[in-house]
Design a protein. Sequence first.
Length: 121
Amino acid sequence: MLIIAVALTSLLSQQSAEPAKPDVTVLKAGLGGCSSDFIVKDADGKPVYAASVHVRIRYGAFGVKRADLEVGTNSNGEARIEGLPDKARPMTYDVQKDGKKASTDQDVAANCHAMFELTLK
C-alpha cells in the first residue's frame, strides 16, 4: 500500500511540473469551412503577446457582403480564425503591435487552411 502511495505521489508531481500550454486564441466567423493559423514573432524571434490580427473579408455575389474580423495573439504569439468563407476574394491580414506591422495574403480558393508565421518589423 505504501508503494502505491509513493508511486502516485511521484506521478502527480511529474504531471504538475510540466507547464500548461496557453490556449490558442480562436475567432469563429461562422461563414464557411476555411481557417487561418498565425504565429507572430518579433525581430528577435520571440513570440508577440496581444498582437492584433485584422482582416476584411468580401464574399457573396460580386463581393457585396463584407466582414471585418480581428483577433489577438496569446502569450505564444498564436491566433486562429475559423469559419472563413469557402468562396471569397483574396484576403489581406494586417498584424500589428506597438507601431510594428506585418501583412500576408490568403486566397481561400487555393489555400483553404492556411498557416502563417509573421515577423513584426
